[in-house]
Design a protein around this ligand. Structure first.
Ligand code: DGL
Length: 279
């Protein structure tokens, strides 16, 4: 009865910039009928090198903006935001600002599934400096699978390589190889690598060149999509509040024309974006 009065709305997908489009792309494949609003804080990206307080403040602004757009469910499709802001938003802010709404991240779903990808139970995580320093992957995996040994590597050069379209050059490959060699040298038993940053799936061909083929390279978009489908199955009330007209909307805090151009690197189609301010 109560649900009939609630206006259905798209699922909000937030990222610091373009990278979350790799996650959105998988969400759309898994849930083609659902509507999505993508919000990229391109004007203030990257988040990877920013402090906890700043990432939290920016992420909360983005979540509130998506709530103002009507969204009942927001996915933080950004590892740095999931690592540094999600828990505080879920525990401190949501109960005050919108107790009936939900915000989910991308780290927990990967931590839940990682056991299925590794035989040796020695895995590696590649991420931004912020994600690695937060130890969010290590802590989540430890809670769920205490037998798994996790090694991490921060790859500060990788996001700029994607943003500047320099990853397919000898210089770009140098930095990709350098970070991978550093991670692989930390644990010779590694047999699975999580790409713990939204941009890294774009580098997957280059990454595969420098990783032995006994090591699985795991992009998180598909995992997040699978887990979201499962979440909505287990929460029919929330599923019911998500509109389903196959519509996608794109908002950016930067120039929408630049967003539209860059977005084609992440999505195989033209998008129309609008500028929005977060406050
Ligand atoms: N979206 C960020 C992440 O997944 C990468 C880009 C950034 O540093 O803002 O960690």
């Amino acid at each position: 009865m109560q649900n009939k009065m609630i206006k259905k709305a798209p699922i909000g997908v937030f990222d610091s910039g373009y990278g979350g489009l790799t996650v959105l792309s998988e969400l759309r494949k898994a849930m083609p009928d659902n509507d999505f609003i993508y919000l990229g804080d391109n004007a203030r990206a990257p988040y990877g090198t920013r402090s906890f307080d700043v990432v939290y403040e920016y992420t909360l602004q983005a979540v509130k903006t998506l709530f103002d757009q009507g969204c009942h469910l927001v996915i933080l499709a950004c590892n740095t935001a999931s690592a540094k802001a999600l828990r505080t938003i879920q525990q401190n802010d949501l109960p005050k600002i919108a107790p009936e709404k939900r915000v989910l991240g991308v780290i927990r779903p990967c931590a839940e599934m990682i056991d299925e990808f590794s035989t040796t139970k020695h895995i590696g995580v590649l991420g931004t400096v912020g994600t690695v320093i937060s130890e969010s992957y290590v802590l989540e995996i430890e809670k769920l699978h205490p037998h798994i040994v996790v090694s991490q590597e921060a790859c500060p050069m990788w996001v700029p390589l994607v943003e500047d379209n320099e990853f397919n050059t000898p210089g770009g490959e140098f930095f990709i190889r350098q970070s991978l060699e550093s991670l692989l040298s930390k644990d010779s038993a590694l047999d699975a690598l999580i790409l713990g940053c939204t941009h890294y799936p774009i580098l997957i061909e280059q990454i595969r060149k420098f990783v032995p083929n006994t090591v699985r390279v795991i992009a998180q978009g598909e995992i997040v999509a699978k887990k979201l489908v499962d979440y909505l199955r287990r929460h029919p009330d929330m599923a019911d509040r998500c509109s389903k007209n196959g519509i996608k909307m794109y908002y950016t805090t930067e120039n929408p024309r630049s967003f539209e151009e860059k977005a084609s690197l992440f999505l195989d189609e033209k998008v129309v974006a609008e500028q929005i301010q977060l406050s």
